[in-house]
Design a protein around this ligand. Structure first.
Ligand SMILES: [Mn+2]
Length: 228
């Protein structure tokens, strides 16, 4: 029918995955552009690159220098079916805080960028993830307004050398920069690793739903006509 879909030019480095354009797989005109983003951010505390393709296959390369955090980023990408590359060089000699929070900022910005005007998306997503003895419930609304509910109790403050409070820091940074409503509840669970893992898996699944193109939705899914 029409011309070949254009891709937005974003990448400069080989760091970015070469992925097929969403438009080549979906005939829906609302996904005419590839839903990708590349975010770079440098401060005195961290240097971060995030490449994101919402219509990926779940390929993730996460190198933040924080092993447990890389493991969690893998869950977001794998279960969100995103292609996601995260490279961070942070002040880990201080602690993990700046690195984890700033990756949240960059991933949130990448989400917002890749979503563009949000035309045709489902907007809402939710998932209940069981993980051994733990369960996490995550609900998201890509509303353009930031709100976070984080209702999680851990046993102890660490997962290996990772502070569990950083999970919340990451999620708050992500939600603020993606401008979404993010609600996380863990009704039960005893193992900190399982609790965190359930949260990140549920987040990936919920985001996948929310960013997905709804074939019946031809415009921005809001009575206001805008999600910003
Ligand atoms: Mn694990």
């Amino acid at each position: 029918m029409s011309k070949k879909p254009q891709q937005r030019k974003r990448g400069r480095g080989s760091f970015v995955h070469s992925t097929r354009a969403a438009a080549s797989r979906q005939k829906d005109p609302v996904s005419f552009f590839a839903r990708k983003a590349l975010v770079r951010r440098s401060t005195k505390e961290t240097r971060i690159e995030v490449a994101l393709d919402l219509d990926g296959t779940g390929r993730v390369a996460a190198e933040t220098g924080v092993g447990f955090f890389d493991h969690m980023l893998n869950h977001i990408g794998r279960h969100g079916l995103f292609d996601l590359a995260v490279r961070a060089k942070g002040d880990l000699h201080v602690d993990h805080h700046h690195t984890v929070e700033d990756v949240g900022i960059c991933l949130g910005q990448a989400l917002a960028q890749a979503l563009g005007d949000k035309k045709g998306i489902r907007r809402y997503g939710f998932f209940i993830a069981p993980m051994e003895e733990s369960q996490a419930i995550v609900a998201v609304d890509l509303s353009g307004r930031t709100a976070v509910v984080y209702n999680v109790k851990y046993r102890g403050s660490k997962i290996g050398d990772f502070d569990v409070e950083l999970v919340e820091e990451f999620l708050r940074a992500l939600a603020a920069n993606a401008r979404m409503n993010l609600q996380v509840t863990v009704p039960f669970g005893t193992n900190n690793h399982h609790i965190a893992e359930a949260i990140f898996k549920a987040l990936g699944k919920a985001l996948r739903q929310a960013v997905e193109i709804d074939p019946r939705e031809g415009s921005v899914p809001s009575t206001k006509g805008i999600l910003a």
